[in-house]
Ligand binder design. Sequence first.
Ligand code: GN1
Ligand code: MG
Length: 370
Amino acid sequence: MPQLHPHLHEIAATFVRSGEVSSVEPLGNGNINNTYLVTVSGESVPVERFVLQKINTQIFQQPELVVQNMQVLGEHLDTHAAELSRRWEMPRILPASTGDTFWVDESEGYWRAITYIEESQVFETVESVEHAREVGYGLATFHSLVAVLPTERLADTLEGFHITPGYLSTYEQVLTNWSAEEDPVRAEDIQYCLDFVAERKDWVPVLEEAKAAGHLQLRPIHGDPKVNNIMLGPDGKAVSLIDLDTVKPGLVHYDIGDCLRSGCNPLGEETTDWQQVEFDLELAKAMLEGYLSLAKGFLTPQDYDYLYDGIRLIAFELGLRFFTDYLAGNVYFKVKHPEHNLDRALVQFQLTSSIEAQEASLKAMIESMR
Ligand code: GN1
Ligand code: MG
């Protein structure tokens, strides 16, 4: 639960042109920014809602670039909306009443307002095979839409994001300052994680090497297409991919991996029952089918060659990021207790193990979809 800012109503009001703020409620479970749903009402205006966010500027150090990318994407959607065969909405920036895209508070906090996608729902985990198919289709809708957006129009809002070897270097650096005595209660879990990473070190650069060798190409990607960022309409169809902060040039493999690692883990990434975590192949099949039903046309044969690695790598990478943050004293992801990031790392590593155990089936499935 985000910490409530004492002046939330006043901050929300700076983005309202007519009517009054009637409520401001925490929204979603973001690990980085603080997000609220604002309701506005008034005698002569219809009830309206919008999303208010305080950007975490320790992570997004140039928040103006985040907003700039959102505007580029919004304009791009306006130009290409007619090409889409289904309802699709993009969250849009709502300027403050001053005309600025931000409101900066007295302690240099950056606040922005974004449209709320009405008549849609968000889910923390995938609830059915049909849901999985729609999650895949939603990601493909986004990819096909941005595929024609020149990558140079998008700013890099978070340098190094999804560059797994970079996360490994940070981990190694953090380890040099960490001493084993610090948490004897969880010593066994910590050792498990240390070994888990050590055993996979050599494979970490797999996607970056493929990129450097020219096997894989950069395209605009979302960066964080997890299940709870893909909104479904009342008919169960995907209608939006929200949370556009990390849209930038990257590999579609990062997105496909992120989508599958979050969507094919029915226990969800916050479970404390990490030993029960499994990668669900049936959901993966539906998600990939949904994705490829639209994206098949723009994937190259080499893209398929690296799909398995992408799925395995992004689960591992997130585990590594959580574990590193635990060892560093929880400086990046929001936590509810000091071992939260360790628990989250164990979930992602267990998911990685489950993906590895099903390597042959997953590869055969991908092969059959070419
Ligand atoms: C963070 O804040 P949120 O929940 O949208 C993180 C993602 C992780 C995700 C795991 C900028 O996203 O990379 O996959 O947590 N975003 C950033 O839940 O690091
Ligand atoms: Mg995000």
